[in-house]
Design a protein around this ligand. Structure first.
Ligand code: SAM
Ligand code: SF4
Length: 338
């Protein structure tokens, strides 16, 4: 049994700049059944199994976070739904007292089979990545993905009855920038939210120049406004997304703009990689090895909580991505989980 934290110890995660961490994104695997061009290189070396946190370790870590005031956990990857027994782990995490929201980000490839079980496990909301509605372009962006399978997965998620479903689209100039309006039309027709993400320079990729492929949120917004009225929404996630209500629809369009809009002042989040490294900022290397702490203290959650408190001292003030330079962050997005 894990011991109870002494009352003298701080019970919240607050960094040097007064920002409280209430949101954690946990990558449960670095593996994936897709090879999206902006996320992975064609040949990837994946982690050996013993270096990846076990599902039990992830559940314990989630418990430590929740007991330290974290109210939202996003499970991501790699592709989280290719990890064996993930649904059972999600059911355990969903039960943690104090956790308001358990959400997941997926490429949608397993949803035909898993949408219902995920809902039943207690996952409240789901983000599904969808960069193109054209099967050939979809294949080019994902290298191996089947559009039809993902579209069926989206229907399965709708049927399962999640609170909200949001699509995520990474827009690249000359690959899918001409599909912005089609994607919004599809989202509105299906009653889904949609966020457009500016590509981030994480890891070395060989398929394109990130600088040439840059298509800004402002350009995307201008494209959408050819047909839809966008009214700024008050929804604030403390993250990089800015949301707009779409005139005549109940759904939102969001823009995740790490380049054109800095969001660090209100940052409320940290990330855990599949190998148990706690990343204090997506755009910096500041990290702490939680796998070591978890494995050294298999029955003492206080040690894990203390490590989380200590990590707050190294959470950096912010990041500054630069598309014209070689990547300063060498880990791929599949390691970080987005
Ligand atoms: N496999 C799942 C998926 O694709 O939704 C979850 C992990 S994926 C790394 C999470 C999100 O990060 C996806 O929406 C993906 O499009 C996005 N992403 C991956 N690489 C990116 C990059 N270099 N810049 C911006 N977004 C990226
Ligand atoms: Fe896999 Fe998601 Fe990365 Fe695409 S974005 S390669 S689906 S982890």
């Amino acid at each position: 049994m894990d011991a109870i934290l002494p009352t003298t110890q701080t019970d919240k995660l607050i960094d040097k700049f007064g920002r409280q961490v209430t949101y954690v994104r946990i990558s449960v695997t670095d593996r994936c059944d897709f090879r999206c061009v902006y996320c992975m290189s064609e040949e990837m070396a994946f982690l050996p199994r013993e270096q990846v946190l076990t599902l039990e370790e992830i559940t314990r870590l989630s418990k430590a976070f929740v007991e330290m005031g974290v109210s939202k956990i996003r499970i991501t990857g790699g592709e989280p739904l290719v990890r064996k027994d993930i649904v059972n782990m999600l059911a355990d995490v969903a039960k943690l007292d104090g956790l308001d929201e358990l959400v997941i980000t997926t490429n949608g490839s397993q949803l035909v089979k898993l949408a219902q079980p995920l809902k039943k496990a207690g996952v409240k909301r789901i983000n599904i990545s969808l960069d193109s509605l054209d099967a050939e372009k979809f294949r080019k962006v994902t290298r191996v993905g089947e559009l039809e399978n993902v579209l069926q997965g989206i229907q399965a998620a709708k049927k399962a009855g999640f609170e909200r479903i949001k699509l995520n689209a990474v827009i690249l100039k000359n690959r899918n920038h001409d599909e912005v309006l089609d994607l919004v039309q599809y989202a509105m027709k299906e009653g889904l939210d949609i966020s457009f993400i500016e590509e981030m320079p994480l890891g070395t990729i060989e398929s394109h120049s990130r600088e040439e492929a840059y298509y800004s949120s402002d350009e995307i917004k201008r494209d959408i406004e050819q047909q839809f009225e966008l009214v700024p929404s008050t929804k604030n996630t403390g993250g990089p997304a800015r949301y707009y209500n779409v005139g005549g629809y109940d759904n939102l369009v969001g823009f995740i703009s790490p380049h054109s809009h800095n969001f660090c002042d209100t940052c409320n989040r940290v990330r855990v990689t599949a190998s148990g490294s706690l990343l204090l900022c997506l755009g910096q290397e500041h990290s702490m090895d939680l796998k070591r702490v978890l494995r050294a203290n298999p029955t003492d959650l206080n040690k894990v909580k203390q490590a989380l408190v200590d990590s707050m001292d190294i959470k950096p003030k912010g990041h500054d991505f630069d598309l014209t330079e070689q990547p300063v962050i060498f880990r791929h997005m599949s390691v970080t989980g987005g």
